[in-house]
Design a protein around this ligand. Structure first.
Ligand code: PA5
Length: 404
């Protein structure tokens, strides 16, 4: 037993994430500010996501997950932004294309009439549990859809049954929590000192994820992600330096379309954390080789405002073309793209995952969260607010006052 544990650790050390940052970027002056930036980070209030989640909470999530599977054919998740993208992205990442996964239906992240109509029609013949996820408990889209869903569920289920079919995930001091208490709905908490986009390792995402993936491995990887502190700082410095060289857009590149929502997750994480006070790098993502045949043209020869960060997975594919596996071919294409884009003066960072699994994704997510926080501090902005998002919420509330 001890031997295997030890071996496992060694294997992990060898098989962790690998970073290949662009060597042409001179970050010496930024590196000398390391202690200052890290001290600044350590004194921020909203860094509760650095503390390990309590085992008791994880056990409660797993127990609830079992219950959901027992009484429901699917889980309907009502959430938006940081209360949606974490679980959506990882569920998509680990979903199999053809074998069935436990079904999760996401609502609340769009007010598309088509989507809402079709989803509610679809749910008519399904037994489901509803998980409402909102840290503030006051987000417009969620309030609105929750209202619709409560009416819908009251028509479908007996009042008593709703207690077993509605789960609320919110912050301890929200009105939504009050409402959950009044109705005896099962409640999970998002700690006050963890913002939406940093809340992956909280019940907001762990509950929906627990239905399909190994959340304990995800948490283990996330906790171990702390070992990449130096690389996280270095990556932040490189991004800052590239910005000063007028590289205003970062393109996250993936060679697997299961990463589409992970791209969406990174878009939110970077944009909401860094995009303040008229500064920051604008994040986009691409799925290669598909997008090489569309925006690849712009990246190679267009306006030189882009740099790229490729997240590469060392897949082991069993199918071969002549003597090479599909992965080996993809890898060669990847290297060619990096070379071609570099020739076109597009700087290249590469992060390699030894394998696509929960542990490695946990490490990767922690790495990005830490790095974008350092990066925002390097840009001189507060990583943990999002007043720009609040602004639209405030105006919408005023405009819809008479309706909602
Ligand atoms: O990252 C954030 O803080 C935001 O994107 C929020 O998650 C989003 O606005 C949803 O907020 P709430 O969870 O309060 O409904």
């Amino acid at each position: 037993m001890t031997f295997f544990k030890k071996f496992d650790t060694i294997k992990m050390v060898i098989k962790m994430l690998k970073f290949n940052f662009d060597k042409d970027v001179d970050i010496e002056s930024n590196l000398s500010r390391k202690d200052y930036i890290i001290n600044k980070f350590n004194t921020c209030e909203m860094i509760g996501w650095n503390n390990p989640i309590e085992d008791e909470i994880v056990e409660d999530i797993l127990k609830t997950s079992k219950k959901i599977k027992k009484n429901s054919e699917c889980l309907v998740v009502l959430g938006i932004g940081g209360s949606y993208l974490g679980s959506k992205s990882l569920n998509e990442l680990f979903k199999s294309y053809y074998t069935s996964n436990y079904e999760i239906v996401y609502l609340g992240n769009t007010l598309s009439t088509d989507y809402i109509n079709e989803t509610l029609d679809y749910l008519k013949d399904k037994d489901f549990t509803l998980n409402v996820i909102s840290k503030s408990g006051s987000t417009l889209e969620i309030k609105l859809l929750f209202d619709i869903m409560i009416k819908y569920m009251k028509n479908k289920y007996k009042k008593e049954e709703l207690k077993d079919r509605i789960i609320i995930t919110t912050s301890p001091n929200s009105k939504l929590h009050e409402m959950a208490k009044e109705n005896s709905y099962k409640t999970f908490f998002i700690p006050n000192n963890i913002g939406g986009r940093f809340s992956l390792i909280t019940p907001a995402h762990l509950l929906p994820l627990s239905l399909n993936i190994d959340i304990k491995e995800l948490i283990r990887g996330y906790n171990d992600g702390k070992k990449y502190k130096n690389q996280a700082y270095k990556y932040a410095c490189i991004r800052n330096k590239l910005f000063l060289e007028n590289k205003y857009i970062e393109n996250f590149c993936f060679y697997n379309d299961k990463f589409i929502y992970f791209g969406e997750f990174l878009k939110q994480l970077f944009a909401e954390t860094e995009g303040k006070d008229s500064t920051g790098v604008f994040p986009i993502y691409s799925i290669y080789t598909r997008d090489l045949h569309s925006i690849g043209q712009f990246i190679q020869e267009g306006n030189k405002i882009i740099f790229e960060t490729t997240i590469q997975v060392d897949y082991k594919t069993k199918y071969k073309y002549k003597d090479s596996t599909i992965n080996e071919i993809n890898d060669k294409i990847n290297q060619s793209v990096i070379k071609a884009h570099k020739n076109g003066n597009v700087y290249q960072n590469v992060i390699i995952l030894s394998k696509l699994n929960e542990y490695n994704i946990g490490e990767l997510v922690y790495f990005f969260m830490l790095s974008v926080s350092y990066s925002a501090l390097t840009f001189g902005v507060n990583p943990f607010n999002q007043d720009g998002v609040e602004e639209y919420k405030k105006i919408s509330k005023e405009k819809l006052e008479k309706i909602i």
